[in-house]
Design a protein around this ligand. Structure first.
Ligand code: ATP
Length: 218
């Protein structure tokens, strides 16, 4: 059975979620209070409707509680974003992802029960900062305030050793969860796996430990 999504707010962020979900073959209802934006998505989403997401009756009439996952992508109008999330929660929506504009907004969204709060500008800024500090850090995914998953390109300092030889779990407290080698992905590599220059290590750990590792070897 196809999963059903609703995206509220069709700016750049909500719009690209809507496009990508549709491209992946998902059922998506695109909702915005701006008719022009809705028209743009009428040929992309399964349904596109003009609606004010802060109006409980309107959301009810759209059958919003039957969707598997609702994404609140209203950014600038923080009050509307909070109110829409609150109503969705009250109506018993199974899963809500909401976009936060700032830390205060994020706190409120979490408090009222958003299951997942994203902060795209901040998160992308952090990723880029890590990438600027070290060109070997290819990507960076924040798991919590203190833990991340990082993709690290293997350079001369790291290459040519086995995982056990690098001893990074004992030295830095971080774990290699996978190695990307060309098109191959080695999941949960063994301790005797030889790391080669050009490999990409996917490591998980506390930010402070990952930072120590980055400084030492990159
Ligand atoms: P982005 O940064 O993603 O490009 P944006 O700056 O274009 O976003 P935002 O103000 O973050 O726009 O809002 C995204 C969309 O949410 C807009 O298209 C806006 O019309 C819509 N929107 C705002 N309030 C509501 C509401 N109460 N109900 C439905 N849609 C709304």
């Amino acid at each position: 059975m196809k999963r059903e999504f609703a995206v509220i707010g069709l700016g750049r962020f909500g719009g690209s979620i809507c496009e990508e979900l549709s491209q992946q073959g998902m059922q998506v209802m695109a909702i915005d209070s701006d008719e022009e934006r809705v028209n743009k998505f009428s040929s992309i989403a399964s349904h596109a409707v003009v609606a004010d997401a802060t109006d409980e009756l309107v959301l009810k009439s759209l059958g919003i509680r039957n969707f598997d996952h609702v994404i609140v992508a209203i950014g600038d109008d923080i009050q509307a974003s909070i109110l829409a999330t609150l109503i969705l929660k009250d109506l018993g929506v199974n899963k809500i992802t909401a976009k936060a504009q700032n830390d205060y907004h994020e706190k409120v969204l979490r408090k009222i029960g958003a299951d997942n709060v994203v902060h795209p500008e901040r998160d992308m800024g952090r990723r880029i900062a890590h990438n600027i500090i070290s060109k070997n850090v290819l990507d960076y995914l924040e798991l919590s305030d203190e833990h991340s998953i990082v993709e690290i390109a293997v350079n001369e300092k790291l290459g040519g050793k086995t995982i056990i030889g690098m001893n990074i779990r004992a030295k830095y407290g971080i774990n290699i969860v996978a190695i990307k080698r060309g098109n191959e992905i080695i999941v949960s590599p063994q301790a005797d796996e030889l790391i080669k220059i050009g490999d990409v290590l996917i490591v998980i750990g506390a930010d402070s430990d990952i930072n120590r590792f980055e400084k030492k070897v990159l």
